[in-house]
Design a protein around this ligand. Structure first.
Ligand code: AMP
Ligand code: ZN
Length: 450
């Protein structure tokens, strides 16, 4: 049975599902920009959990929302509307553009599609109905400023996921976008906001024209599309608070019981030792990996080298190493396909089921790769079986490209330049070779290429 670390109970718990089925909700992308590789690490987590659960015989239903309205930036501007202004495009055009690119990136990383991707903007009615019900049940109120807020103090177990209890939350602390409102309590959050000067992406409601808060969309859509018992709710660690804390309060208040059995969080990804941020200029996209001539699945393997709940640092060196490993494994798998797929290796599966210990699973595969006791055909069969979980396309024949006549000539010229210690010329030729798609390495035995 699969076991996972569950945030609310702070324990590793068995994931049994109910009646052979497992219902999973994974918070999806805000579609105002390309997903960066960190976002994709989190989306990979729901894929890995799904694949592992399927291996245990569960039937998985996975729903992932598309946030195309209501997610505010620190300056209180809607992220989609701000990007629409930057690109001089209609906000819905922006949302659809980045939604398409999100699906493309999922494909490139072999992240299996969810069963459905409900959009926030297509489900405003569900949110309005949920908010009406929360008001009716006295969990929410219309404030003098006209916005509708959730009354945090009406939900006594607030803080169970993150440990941030209401009495410890100080006013003014940046745990929720600090609206100048007329909230009853500083930790209350907006369910519905009045449009005021806003003219786009607004809807009519009993409280006036406006738009939903970000948190209510996940409650409304998860309950609608998965029902009132959701086995797993997944997201990046930053969503633990306030997003998931607020979602839990809303959902539980709506249905009068615990809506989500297990809350699962993936740790963040750093790139070259730093948090990825636009201002630092170090946001890495899948396209950047492809542009370097690396297989995008290198990112997938690099992620698997680390456990989902450890923070990890992705580097170009680790991506290049992963690229070489994938090539080597594809060569191994295709070297002898005469044995049909074997049952998965038990130690490999054991590591996966033990809270997705992917580093240990990969160590086991490397031991199998080196083993003198197994034939190439057996190794190939074991790797193909492991790939049902790994998703590295190991059955794909490794790409073999031969050098063009021009590349051969440039390599020869560069060899001569290096022999003559003409390093300026050698660097110029390296530039041309790299532009043509080769990677050049200089070692003690001279130059080599890939
Ligand atoms: P967003 O598109 O900003 O709503 O984020 C989508 C998902 O990516 C959420 O589950 C976030 O928690 C997650 N996320 C954001 N930054 C990172 C990161 N650096 N590493 C891993 N996951 C992240
Ligand atoms: Zn969510």
């Amino acid at each position: 049975m699969l076991k996972l670390y569950e945030t609310r109970s702070r324990q590793v718990l068995p994931i049994a599902g109910r009646g052979g089925a497992l219902k999973i909700y994974c918070c999806g992308p805000t579609v105002y920009r390309d997903a960066h590789v960190g976002n994709l690490r989190t989306f990979l987590l729901s894929d890995l959990i799904t694949r592992a659960a399927i291996l245990t015989g569960l039937e998985v239903t996975l729903v992932q929302n598309i946030t195309d309205v209501g997610h505010m930036a620190d300056d209180l501007e809607d992220k989609i509307l701000a990007q629409a202004t930057t690109e001089s495009l209609d906000p819905f055009v922006i949302a659809r553009k980045y939604e398409d690119r999100f699906h493309l990136d999922l494909q490139r990383l072999n992240i299996a599609p969810a069963n459905s991707y409900p959009r926030a903007s297509d489900n405003i009615n569900l949110m309005i109905a949920a908010i009406e019900k929360l008001i009716e049940k006295n969990f929410a109120y219309v404030a003098p400023d006209g916005n509708v807020y959730f009354d945090a103090q009406s939900f006594p177990s607030y803080g169970a996921i993150s440990g941030n209890r209401l009495d410890a939350l100080k006013p003014g602390h940046r745990y929720e976008y600090s609206e100048d409102g007329t909230k009853r309590f500083h930790a209350d959050w907006a369910l519905w906001k009045l449009a005021r000067n806003r003219t786009e992406m607004i809807w009519q409601t009993p409280w006036g024209a406006g738009y939903p808060g970000w948190h209510i969309e996940c409650s409304a859509m998860s309950l609608e599309f998965l029902g009132d018992q959701i086995d797993l709710h997944i997201g990046g660690i930053d969503l633990r608070f306030p997003h998931h804390e607020n979602e839990r309060a809303q959902s539980n208040a709506l249905i009068g019981k615990e809506a989500v059995t297990h809350w699962i969080h993936g740790e963040h990804l750093l790139f070259e030792g730093r948090k990825m941020s636009k201002s630092a200029g170090n946001v890495l996209l899948v396209q950047d990996i492809i542009d370097k001539g690396l297989d995008p699945l290198s990112a997938r393997l690099a992620f698997l080298e680390n456990r989902y709940r450890s923070q990890m640092d992705l580097t170009w060196a680790s991506l290049e190493a992963a690229h070489s490993t994938i090539k080597r494994w594809r060569t191994l798998v295709n070297s002898d396909l005469s044995t049909s797929m074997l049952a998965p290796d038990s130690e490999f599966i054991d590591a996966i089921m033990n809270d997705l210990d992917t580093p240990r699973a990969l160590l086991r595969l490397r031991a199998i790769e080196k083993s003198g006791a197994l034939t190439s055909a057996e190794k190939s069969a074991i790797f193909r079986s492991a790939d049902q979980f790994l998703g590295l396309d190991l059955s794909r024949a490794p790409e073999k490209k031969s050098l063009s006549a021009e590349q051969s000539q440039l390599l020869e010229l560069r060899r001569q330049a290096r022999a003559a210690k003409d390093f300026a010329e050698s660097d110029r030729l390296r530039g041309l070779l790299e532009e043509s798609g080769l990677q050049i390495k200089d070692g003690p035995d001279g130059q080599s290429w890939d």
